[in-house]
Design a protein around this ligand. Structure first.
Ligand SMILES: [Mg+2]
Length: 214
C-alpha cells in the first residue's frame, strides 16, 4: 500500500517548538507569554496582532510588525527546529509500516522548499537532515509551494492512507482519501479519525488498519 505523511506537526513537534521557543522569543521582545494554546504558528499562539494593538499600534502597523516578528523568529530558530526531536514513536511507526513492504510518501508545503535558489536547496537539505536525525523511513519526499498545490497532489496520488495535522486540509480531502488526523492542540475541532500518540497507540492502530500483521 501507499501511505502518505505530512511532516510539520505530523512527524515533527511543531506545536511544542512554537510554544517553548516562541515564548522565550516573545517574552524577550514583547514581554508576554502564550495567549492561545490552540493557535498554530507564532502569530496565533501569541495573538500578536491583538497584543500589538493593545500596545498602541494601529492595525496596519501591527500586521507589518507581526510579519517582521514571524520572519525574524523563523530565520533565527529554523535550525533549532531542524534539530528539535520528532514526535515520540514516529520513527518506529514508519519502520513498522516499511517493514511490511508498504511505501511511505512524504508531502510537505514548507515555505521556501520549492525555490530554485540556494535558499531552496538549503531548506530541502535541512528537511532531509531532520528526517535522517529522526530516523524516519520513507520512499519519496515531495515539496509543495502551498497547501493548495499539496492538496492537488494528494488527490492525484492514489494513497491508501494519509496522515496530517491540518484541520482545513484534512477536511478538503477526507471524502476522497482515507485520512488520519495527528492530534495537536490546534486541530481538536477536526471531526474524523485521530491518532493521539505514535508511541502508545501506533502499533495497535496499524494492526487495526491491517497495515501490519502482528
Ligand atoms: Mg503539517
Amino acid at each position: 500500500m501507499k501511505i502518505g505523511f505530512d511532516i510539520d506537526g505530523t512527524l515533527t513537534m511543531f506545536d511544542s517548538f512554537v510554544k517553548s521557543e516562541g515564548e522565550k522569543y516573545i517574552l524577550a521582545k514583547l514581554d508576554f507569554g502564550v495567549q492561545n494554546h490552540n493557535g498554530y504558528d507564532l502569530d496565533e499562539v501569541f495573538e500578536l496582532e491583538n497584543k500589538l494593538m493593545e500596545k498602541g499600534h494601529n492595525k496596519t502597523e501591527a500586521s507589518v510588525k507581526v510579519k517582521k516578528y514571524m520572519n525574524e523568529f523563523w530565520n533565527k530558530k529554523y535550525l533549532k527546529y531542524v534539530f528539535y526531536k520528532l514526535r515520540p514513536g514516529s520513527s518506529d511507526f514508519t519502520k513498522m509500516i516499511a517493514s511490511e513492504g508498504h511505501e511511505i510518501h512524504l508531502y510537505t508545503s514548507r515555505r521556501k522548499a520549492t525555490e530554485k535558489t540556494l535558499i531552496g536547496k538549503f531548506v530541502r537539505s535541512t528537511i532531509k537532515l531532520q528526517l535522517l536525525l529522526g530516523q524516519i523511513k520513507y520512499n519519496q519526499l515531495n515539496f509543495y509551494e502551498s497547501d493548495a498545490e499539496k492538496i492537488t497532489a494528494l488527490l492525484k496520488a492514489n494513497l491508501d492512507l494519509h496522515f496530517d495535522d491540518k484541520k482545513e486540509l484534512l477536511e478538503e480531502i477526507n471524502n476522497f482519501i482515507d485520512v488520519v488526523c495527528i492530534d495537536n492542540p490546534y486541530n481538536k475541532k477536526y471531526q474524523g479519525e485521530r491518532l493521539y500518540d505514535y508511541q502508545t497507540e501506533g502499533k495497535s492502530f496499524l494492526l487495526k488498519k491491517g497495515l501490519i500483521k502482528r
